[in-house]
Design a protein around this ligand. Structure first.
Ligand SMILES: Cc1cc2nc3c(=O)[nH]c(=O)nc-3n(C[C@H](O)[C@H](O)[C@H](O)COP(=O)(O)OP(=O)(O)OC[C@H]3O[C@@H](n4cnc5c(N)ncnc54)[C@H](O)[C@@H]3O)c2cc1C
Length: 382
């Protein structure tokens, strides 16, 4: 079905992104998957082409266009399985913190270079001891004259090896009650004294991404690196999680769609008992069911996208979309793998990567269970 949220300009932009992705990104993907990370040149090329944060304000070097443009880039990157270059995280999750809550000095200093792909961004929330329960973070930032001194560690941080600037979730008041009132966000540059990158973690999927540990050992940053107010970190996180979850849902659905398309093609050419496996009713029903679920979900995502562009608060609906599309992504990749038979289990077939990559989508950015906790709370029953 034709998706009716796109204007002619959006469609032209998609064609431009697709051409760029085919020529500049696709040839890099195998290398990223082998190296376990993307390369700086590709980030700079994406920035130069205007594909990092098209939605960011023009005064900081962005395109000043609506968020649908960003969604298009996310979809096109997902379509080719370019998961190694975490542009969605950089452009649509991290950068908005800077643009919405940064001081003018912070914005001028980092936003234009981030949009140009020269400064790569990451966000460090999760710690070895806590992920879902963000108010329980143990990393502290103690004020010392004109500096904050940060101590603690983070884990599972995307862009952990390549990023130049991290938004770090810390406790500036570890004794605050309730605990979330002690949470602040501090910008930490990768060359800050006491900032140490840990291991690039060995993962089941998303192998082209540099998910890492980070350590802060008396890490000293100027007080001017505080983002927003002390103690307002939790509120800022809650404010931005809507877009983060929408980004995850958009990517999950686009990935599921690609996996399905490849599986339809495969079942037409693979033969068993003298006929294409697509001729078996089980194959047809499975594919018909999955296509239906993807189409129905796309209609929901497009409604959310349009409402998000209008600036509507959609915490409940986006939480629904996040758990629904990511669970669907997992279901689709698992059922498609079955249709590829033994070849589906081989690393060289795309479906094996899809299956492994999908496993994390119900975990990162808030687990499915946490999404349901939020929905239940909003229903007044949690
Ligand atoms: C590849 C990858 C990339 C990531 N990138 C980043 C990043 O860039 N930055 C970052 O900060 N983090 C990142 N993360 C971390 C991710 O956000 C966390 O893993 C996630 O929030 C879950 O936290 P956890 O792993 O501590 O699980 P836990 O919080 O320990 O949860 C374990 C299980 O308990 C369940 N559970 C927890 N609380 C409840 C509850 N109240 N009710 C019901 N069930 C519950 C969870 O749903 C889950 O099933 C990444 C993770 C991965 C794997």
């Amino acid at each position: 079905m034709r998706r009716d949220i796109f204007t002619e300009e959006h469609e032209m932009f998609r064609a431009q992104v697709r051409r760029f992705v085919e020529s500049e990104i696709v040839p890099k993907i195998d290398g990223w998957n082998r190296a376990g990370m993307s390369d700086r040149e590709s980030w700079r090329k994406m920035g130069a082409a205007g594909f990092l944060a098209p939605n960011a304000p023009a005064e900081y070097g962005g395109g000043g266009v609506d968020f649908i443009y960003d969604a298009i880039v996310i979809e096109e990157m997902a379509r080719v399985r370019a998961h190694g270059l975490m542009m969605g995280l950089h452009s649509d999750i991290c950068l908005p913190y800077l643009v919405s809550f940064g001081s003018e000095e912070q914005k001028r200093r980092w936003a234009p270079r981030a949009i140009a792909g020269e400064v790569i961004l990451g966000i460090a929330m999760t710690e070895p001891g806590t992920g879902s329960d963000l108010a329980a973070v143990q990393t502290t930032a103690r004020r010392d004259g004109d500096s904050y001194v940060i101590n603690g560690s983070k884990i599972f941080i995307s862009n952990g090896q390549i990023a130049d600037l991290f938004i770090v979730v810390v406790k500036t008041d570890p004794k605050a009650t309730p605990a979330h009132r002690g949470v602040s966000l501090i910008l930490v540059e990768a060359d800050a004294p006491g900032f140490v990158r840990g291991r690039k973690l060995d993962k089941l999927g998303l192998r082209g991404q540099d998910t890492s540990e980070l350590f802060f050992e008396d890490c000293r940053v100027p007080v001017t690196n505080l983002l927003g107010r002390e103690g307002a970190g939790f509120k800022m996180l809650m404010d931005k999680l809507q877009q983060e979850r929408l980004v995850t849902a958009i990517g999950a659905l686009a990935s599921a769609q690609r996996c399905l398309e490849d599986t339809v093609a495969y079942t037409k050419q693979r033969k068993a008992f003298g006929q294409p496996i697509s001729s078996f009713q089980n194959t047809q029903f499975k594919l018909a069911e999955m296509m239906t679920e993807v189409e129905v979900s796309q209609a929901f995502i497009d409604r959310l996208l349009a409402a998000h562009v209008r600036g509507e608060g959609l915490v409940t609906e986006v939480s629904m979309a996040k758990w629904w599309t990511t669970e669907l992504h997992k279901r689709v990749t698992s059922q498609c793998l079955q249709l590829w038979g033994g070849y589906g289990f081989m690393i060289e077939t795309p479906i094996a990567g899809d299956y492994a990559d999908a496993a994390v989508s119900t975990i990162g950015g808030g687990t499915s269970e946490i999404m349901k906790v939020i929905i239940a709370r909003r229903l007044g029953i949690g």
